[in-house]
Design a protein around this ligand. Structure first.
Ligand SMILES: Nc1ncnc2c1ncn2[C@@H]1O[C@H](COP(=O)(O)OP(=O)(O)OP(=O)(O)O)[C@@H](O)[C@H]1O
Length: 240
């Protein structure tokens, strides 16, 4: 498999029909993401970022084009196949965290491991390790409402990593966080890409996230319009 991109997107189109109006949200999007790299997806509001991320992880189907994740043709999967993909290969981090309110931090992180039928002792070990990785070892028993926004997003990142996905998709993961908290969550994401060997595709408006990425791809009105390599933070205006 070496040399194969972890993610391959080819000529993806997606249209939405609302009454008489048709919005062409993706107009022939193609790109590759190398295994173990972190790519930032940027673009104005309404440019198609969420639609693209949903298509990549099988939450939404394109009208045309193909998406391959780790050699699997996502666009050819039936519902069972998509569920397996989301359990085993792709996980999501959302702007709104998406934690289960009645579960503790540890139970939220354990949820994907339960689904994957990981044995309890191994599950506990992995949850402890992940909460430690995201700096929340002392908050394992707290429920989401008892955690700050930044802490909740850290739990969501730990949960997303629980089942050792190949691809982490994050849709504006720092969108609800203040600048300082957002920066620490972004640095955490960058760190886990390295330490867990995961590949990440992250939509963002934040120049610091762009600077932390290996590559930046820009979407404009449903088309990729530009691509620049990640830059060191000191060369990004207003990043400090
Ligand atoms: N389910 C839907 N039904 C109808 N139109 C939709 C739907 N989802 C997205 N769109 C339209 O598709 C276009 C792209 O939306 P998308 O949410 O992908 O943009 P975005 O870049 O993620 O925006 P933002 O940064 O504001 O989240 C927009 O014009 C949007 O109104």
């Amino acid at each position: 498999m070496s040399g194969e991109p972890l993610l391959r997107v080819r000529d993806v189109h997606r249209r939405f029909r609302t009454g008489p109006t048709v919005v062409h949200a993706l107009r022939g999007v193609s790109f590759d993401v190398a295994a173990g790299s972190m790519v930032a997806l940027v673009g104005r509001s309404g440019s198609g970022k969420t639609t693209l991320l949903n298509t990549v992880g099988g939450l939404d189907r394109p009208d045309a084009g193909t998406v391959h994740v780790d050699g699997t043709d996502v666009t050819a999967l039936d519902e069972d196949g998509l569920s397996r993909l989301r359990r085993e290969k792709v996980s999501y981090v959302f702007q709104s965290f998406g934690l289960i309110p009645v579960l503790s931090a540890a139970e939220n992180v354990a949820a994907p491991l339960r689904l994957a039928r990981v044995a309890p002792a191994e599950r506990d070990r992995r949850v402890e390790l992940l909460l430690d990785l995201v700096g929340l070892a002392d908050h394992a028993r707290q429920r989401p409402a008892e955690l700050s926004g930044g802490q909740q997003q850290r739990v969501a990142i730990a949960r997303a990593l629980a089942a050792s996905p190949r691809l982490l998709v994050a849709d504006e993961p720092t969108g609800q966080l203040d600048a300082e908290t957002g920066l620490s969550v972004m640095a955490l994401l960058r760190g886990v890409v390295e330490s867990e060997g995961v590949t990440a595709l992250v939509s963002t408006h934040d120049p610091v996230m762009m600077a932390l990425a290996d590559r930046v791809i820009r979407i404009d009105d449903g088309q990729l319009s530009d691509e620049t390599p990640g830059q060191p933070p000191e060369s990004v205006p207003d990043a400090r």
